[in-house]
Design a protein around this ligand. Structure first.
Ligand code: SAM
Length: 327
């Protein structure tokens, strides 16, 4: 079992397989994109697999693939297939913007993927274009339908709620759960990503969201499932789907954090908001042993901060963009 200095059990690795993305979400990066990590610095699938095998033997049992956009990386189905067979990994998931899901859903399912998170911040085509700077709304919606079709379960739709940008769609998203077996999750906007775009006043807190949802129906609280991580779970009476509320800013869950992140260029980050990174790529490419990898894993655990400092005077924005860390 992997424990950090604060006695938190660490069993979850988020792997960003690429920093490339086919969207340009306004709160994530500028329209022209950001400088990309050179190809030769990106971990190969063999390197990722080796890290996961060693980490799984130590106690990592959950892996999520993310990015950038994970589905733009060539051969992603092969990676899913290899990871789904690693002994000890019993929960493999993927976070995607959904654009390529229609195309990939069946093969992902066949490769062993059971569940997906799809990021979607608007149900209106024009606003989707405004937020993501790409006219791809239809494709994302088709990707959601295909995910239902191939039987991913659960299918979580993650919406970052931002005042004045999409806050008037809170209720529309919630209504999706009445008829469809989707888990709609609202995530507070964090100070990560595009330059100085974030302002505290842009946040829509989960308590504000909950108050709004309670006006459209009776929200029944559900027990927390291990796979829900920090989400508070609810269901409208009689609804097919579920609601999740995630409050990294107003209600931080650092005390229960069980995560490590692996960046596309092979650095372990123990906290989204800490720039301290442990380099595994260098180690692997210099012929490091599995024992060395384990030692680096333990070093990363020792560096895991007790909490992030958003909304305190100690807060410093992280150096890397979200797309190069993995959201
Ligand atoms: N391309 C994939 C996707 O769209 O899900 C994976 C990467 S994306 C960076 C992962 C998630 O991070 C998305 O749901 C995105 O909305 C979220 N995200 C990015 N910047 C954020 C911020 N400042 N606050 C909250 N969530 C953010």
């Amino acid at each position: 079992m992997l424990l950090d200095p604060y006695k938190r059990r660490i069993n979850y690795l988020r792997i960003s397989v690429t920093d490339r993305c086919n969207l340009r979400c306004c709160y994530c990066m500028p329209e022209e994109g950001i400088p990309l990590i050179p190809h030769e610095h990106i971990l190969t699938y063999e390197e990722i697999l080796r890290i996961v095998r060693v980490f799984a033997a130590e106690g990592i049992s959950k892996v999520r693939l993310t990015g950038g956009e994970p589905l733009v990386r060539k051969g992603i189905i092969d990676l899913v297939s290899l990871l789904s067979q690693v002994p000890g990994i019993n929960d493999l998931s993927l976070t995607t913007n959904g654009i390529l899901l229609k195309q990939f859903a069946w093969n992902l399912r066949r490769a062993g993927l059971k569940r997906v998170n799809i990021s979607l911040d608007s149900l209106r085509r024009d606003r989707f274009c405004q937020i993501t700077r790409k006219d791809e709304y239809e494709k994302v919606w088709e990707g959601i339908l295909e995910s239902l079709n191939v039987g991913f379960s659960p299918i979580k739709i993650n919406m970052v709620a931002i005042q004045g940008l999409n806050d008037d769609e809170i209720e529309d998203f919630a209504r999706l759960t009445l008829q469809l077996p989707l888990v709609v999750r609202y995530i507070e906007y964090m100070p990560a990503g595009n330059g100085e775009a974030w302002r505290e006043s842009d946040i829509l807190t989960i308590s504000e969201i909950r108050t709004r949802l309670e006006k459209i129906g009776n929200l029944v609280a559900l027990p927390t499932d291990q796979r829900d991580g920090p989400a508070l779970r609810f269901r409208f009476e009689g609804a097919t789907g579920e609601i999740g509320l995630i409050g990294p800013v107003s209600n931080h869950f650092c005390g229960e954090c069980n995560r490590l992140r692996l960046t596309p260029d092979g650095k372990i980050r123990a906290c989204l908001f800490s720039d301290e990174e442990i380099d595994l790529r260098e180690l692997l490419r210099k012929g490091g042993s599995d024992h060395d990898l384990r030692e680096h894993l333990l070093e990363a655990l020792r560096a895991k901060p007790e909490r992030h400092h958003i909304n305190t005077t100690q807060f410093k924005k992280c150096q890397r963009n979200m797309s190069a860390i993995g959201g």
